[in-house]
Design a protein around this ligand. Structure first.
Ligand code: 2F8
Ligand code: CA
Length: 128
């Protein structure tokens, strides 16, 4: 959408916020079945809009193909990022190939976490 429209609102998307927890892959499958995909975060405003509860949620970000090369589920490279301090860190040598937003307490940033953990997730369907 145009810059003017962006100022007024976000490029039109509808979001689905899960009420159960799934692994990253299962979460993505759920989104695809809804004709959507895991959410892609394009601005801090969009991220803030999605802060509906205090928890950790899967987003459409992964470096499973090439370690350290974070990509969105639509294949685009990461341009603007909101990693937490010291992240992504593949904590203690573990495989942490999936991106989450940490909406707990005062946090509002990203972490890399093991993809097989079950978390809430958000799907996004772009309308244009
Ligand atoms: O301190 C940051 C660190 O916190 C957790 O590990 C203790 C996260 N692990 C999981 O969410 C499983 C790390 O990913 C995170 O870097
Ligand atoms: Ca981490």
């Amino acid at each position: 959408c145009s810059f003017k429209e962006k100022l007024a609102t976000f490029c039109p998307s509808v979001y689905y916020i899960s009420s159960t927890m799934k692994t990253w892959k299962e979460s993505r499958r759920d989104c695809l079945e809804r004709g959507a995909d895991l959410v892609i975060i394009n601005s801090k405003e969009e991220q803030e809009l999605l802060r509906w509860f205090q928890n950790r949620i899967w987003i459409g970000l992964t470096d499973a193909d090439i370690e350290g090369e974070w990509k969105w589920v639509d294949g685009t490279q990461l341009i603007t990022s909101y990693w937490g301090l010291g992240e992504p860190n593949s904590f203690e040598g573990k495989d942490e190939d999936c991106g989450e937003i940490n909406f707990s307490k005062q946090e509002n940033n990203w972490n890399d976490a093991p993809c097989n953990l079950k978390k809430y997730w958000i799907c996004e369907k772009k309308l244009q």
